[in-house]
Design a protein around this ligand. Structure first.
Ligand SMILES: [Zn+2]
Length: 240
């Protein structure tokens, strides 16, 4: 089997639609017909999809794999321990929405997110927590809610076969000038390190496209990766 590549666009919401649309056109030109789109049902509590019919119509018309990506994408809890504070704030920029939740809270929030999708006729195949932060014992909730996969920083969980696929991710960090200076080098090193993995993922965020040097790097990385891998989606990887 030829090694696979999953390209995913994170933080898709009405405000990032134009950016995603441009990226999807570019992907098609590069030879990636399908990607996994991580959609936030109510971005920062300010953009419930029911109030954005144009966005929903656009999304329903796409051939791509859709994942539920949190509910608002914002962490509601204030962690008390220093390490937890670091994880919730520094590492994720306050976006580890699912990281500190109890099991019933996580269940409720996933259900709420799926309800918003249902109202507007959007069907999700899987769940990916903001910043990939989900507690291990919350992962079965994803299958209970009828979704096919859950993805973390290193793994893809097949909720139907109860299988776990190893799948490292390449992801640039564009938040600060220092990170932008280093990120291309770091990601290139990781790309070499993971060259022999069966599945590799490239994850992009809307912020990456504010910086032409990062955008060009991502396009080049995808083109190079496609020399040895065939593109797929999370949904296809776990399809029976
Ligand atoms: Zn996100």
């Amino acid at each position: 089997m030829k090694p696979k590549l999953v390209v995913s666009f994170h933080d898709l919401h009405p405000g990032s639609m134009a950016c995603c649309d441009r990226f999807l056109n570019r992907l098609a030109a590069l030879g990636v017909p399908e990607a996994s789109l991580l959609v936030v049902p109510n971005w920062y509590g300010e953009a419930p999809l029911s109030e954005h019919p144009d966005f929903c119509e656009w999304l329903r018309g796409l051939p791509h794999d859709i994942s539920l990506h949190g509910c608002t994408h914002v962490a509601g809890h204030r962690p008390e321990k220093p390490l937890e504070w670091l994880m919730a704030n520094k590492y994720t920029a306050g976006e580890g929405e699912f990281y500190k939740l109890s099991l019933p809270e996580a269940d409720h929030l996933m259900f709420q997110g799926l309800e918003i999708f249902r109202e507007v006729g959007i069907e999700a195949n899987g769940f990916i927590a903001p910043a990939w932060l989900i507690q291990d014992d919350h992962i079965p909730l994803v299958g209970k809610l009828g979704l096919d996969y859950c993805v973390t920083f290193k793994k893809i969980y097949d909720m139907n076969r109860l299988d776990i696929l190893r799948a490292p991710v390449l992801c640039t960090t564009s938040r600060t000038g220092l990170r932008r200076a280093l990120t291309r080098q770091v990601v290139s090193m990781l790309a070499s390190k993971h060259a022999h993995e069966d599945i590799l993922r490239i994850a992009v965020h809307p912020i990456d496209f504010r910086f032409p040097e990062i955008e060009n790097f991502i396009h080049g990385l995808i083109a190079r990766t496609l020399e040895t891998r065939e593109p797929t989606t999370y949904a296809k990887l776990v399809a029976h």
